[in-house]
Design a binder for this molecule. Structure first.
Ligand SMILES: Cc1cc2nc3c(=O)[nH]c(=O)nc-3n(C[C@H](O)[C@H](O)[C@H](O)COP(=O)(O)OP(=O)(O)OC[C@H]3O[C@@H](n4cnc5c(N)ncnc54)[C@H](O)[C@@H]3O)c2cc1C
Length: 509
């Protein structure tokens, strides 16, 4: 008999697993299929950003992630064997997130955390199931796949979410393009155990060389580093090249004493910078690498996929339950496509600077970059701007259909609820874990009572707070914040009527 479900997810990488974990929070029935027999054993994406950890906190897996990972405490910049700058990263996001740092955690471990979360909730992945094609019909989609013994199977679902990576078949079959560029250089990645008098801390080491860089990224365990660099002469990936052949080149490039003791993984790859022209078509959606791929600058790729899933899951759930109008689900494409576009611009620019691909930026990098980094180290204001950008906590959907142009103090609608700590030591996001719309009231006169909130067609959770951090909201009081289920602000202001009208506008009934 054909299987039926509400959502079919194709691909159990970090994005697909996150999609599944999020749908679980909304009690949506789903099937997740994956062609491989288990999650990756490779370290691949090693940076887990603060916003991802906040999302993990809602799933109850953030503390485990932090325990298994390694916090990067500083960045060192070297040129011609000499230290040119030191950037203390430990306080970078202080006061901006419960996780004021970038965590290094192998992708294999991140995926395992998500798989364990699903198993603990009695949801299993259908391994060894290879998606082949889909058809759309008036009820949704029919997905065809080959099972472990090559037999064709099908699943009927209301929605299809393609989390099938950069070569996404689903993207092709949806008729979408994947516009952008591929960098004409070959990069290598090596996970090693090393011994060095200089590279021996939980710190990032970036060695600038004439046409590129060698990056040493700290990983969990003594002497454990991820090395990323450019294979100088190569034009194509050549599997014959072994790490042993480039060991000496690395030593000559970085000019600091180092011994490689163990190689755990070596791979070469091409760097792409591409984005699909749309992330949706009818009842089908693409997320993660299927929708956009980036240069490795800033460790954004995997984190962006996890946030795509976080953004899409609640909208699909509300659509399935018949709670919101069709415009709401359309905002997945507008919000996340715009985010991916900005991200590609920033990662491309960062990458141009790091890799020396552009003559102008290479000149700037070799001559001024150390001074700039030095200034950044000293400027608290610059640090406070960098963290939201890199950690993805600063993403705003200001131009969305789901955002009403409004602000109180420094807080504008569109951003995720800003992080702050109350005087009793609790932090605001702890109160906001329910996956639903919320109306928060900040002030003394508790107007957030049931009478005021009558006649709202959508289910909401109301909360009141007497303590109001002046650093964020100035001296304003008696105002409301309307939060979406993903804790982005739809409205911030004094008029509860606006919240009510907005919620009724987006609801179905
Ligand atoms: C060397 C390297 C370093 C990186 N470093 C970072 C970093 O530091 N930070 C960061 O954020 N990102 C990094 N990335 C990028 C990151 O690995 C990807 O962005 C991330 O894996 C994307 O997740 P995804 O789930 O969207 O896609 P994938 O991880 O590619 O998962 C797609 C899944 O779909 C499955 N699939 C494909 N086709 C089918 C089919 N027909 N049927 C069934 N299943 C199918 C695949 O088997 C796979 O499991 C790095 C990548 C590499 C290669």
């Amino acid at each position: 008999m054909d299987k039926q479900t509400q959502v079919i997810i194709v691909g159990a990488g970090p994005t697909g697993l996150s999609m599944a974990a999020q749908l679980l929070r909304y009690n949506i029935d789903f099937i997740i299929i994956e062609k491989n027999e288990k999650t990756t054993h490779l370290s691949k994406a090693v940076v887990v950003q603060a916003r991802t950890l906040e999302i993990f906190q809602e799933l109850g897996i953030a503390d485990k992630a932090v325990k298994e990972g390694q916090i990067t405490t500083a960045m060192n910049l070297f040129y011609k064997g000499k230290q040119k700058a030191f950037l203390n990263l430990s306080g970078l996001g202080e006061g901006l997130s419960r996780f004021p740092y970038a965590l290094s955690l192998e992708q294999s471990k991140t995926e395992k955390l998500l798989v364990d979360f699903l198993s603990a909730n009695e949801k299993l992945i259908q391994w060894k199931s290879e998606f082949t094609h889909f058809e759309t019909n008036k009820n949704g989609v029919t997905v065809y796949y080959k099972n472990s013994i090559g037999q064709e199977q099908k699943i009927e679902a209301q929605y299809l979410v393609g989390c099938d990576g950069a070569s996404s078949l689903i993207r092709h079959q949806m008729g979408l393009s994947f516009e952008g560029d591929t960098v004409a250089k070959i990069f290598y990645v090596a996970d090693v155990k090393l011994k060095s008098e200089i590279i021996n801390k939980n710190e990032l080491f970036m060695f600038m060389i004439k046409k590129g860089f060698v990056l040493f990224f700290p990983m969990e365990g003594k002497g454990h580093y991820r090395i990323v660099g450019i294979l100088s002469e190569a034009k194509e990936v050549n599997e014959q090249i072994k790490f042993e052949e480039i060991e000496n080149t690395i030593k000559e490039q970085i000019l600091v004493p180092i011994d490689f003791e163990e190689l755990q993984w070596f791979s070469q790859y091409k760097v792409h910078s591409r984005k699909a022209n749309s992330f949706e078509n009818g009842k089908c959606y693409i997320t993660g690498d299927a929708a956009h791929i980036h240069t490795p600058a800033g460790g954004q790729g995997m984190n962006t996929g996890i946030q795509d899933a976080y953004n899409l899951a609640w909208k699909i759930a509300y659509a399935i339950n018949g709670n919101v109008n069709t415009n709401v689900l359309k905002t997945y494409n507008s919000e996340r496509s715009e985010n991916a576009k900005h991200l590609l611009q920033t990662t491309d620019r960062m990458f141009d600077i790091m890799a020396g691909t552009n003559v102008f930026w290479n000149f700037i990098r070799l001559n001024f970059f150390p001074t700039i980094i030095g200034l950044v180290t000293k400027s608290i204001t610059v640090k406070k701007r960098i963290f939201p950008l890199i950690s993805q906590t600063g993403i705003s959907y200001a131009n969305s259909y789901l955002t009403i142009d409004s602000f109180i103090g420094k807080v504008k609608a569109g951003v995720r609820m800003p992080y702050f700590i109350f005087s009793d030591g609790t932090q605001i996001l702890e109160y906001l874990t329910e996956p639903t719309f919320k109306i928060l009231f900040f002030g003394n006169d508790d107007k957030n009572n049931s009478n005021q909130l009558n006649n709202i067609k959508l289910k909401i959770v109301a909360k009141s707070f007497k303590e109001i951090p002046a650093s964020l909201f100035g001296h304003d009081k008696n105002f409301y914040i309307l939060l979406r289920p993903d804790n982005h602000i739809s409205y911030i202001g004094k008029d509860l009527k606006i919240c009510r009208e907005f919620l009724n506008k987006i609801s179905c009934n």
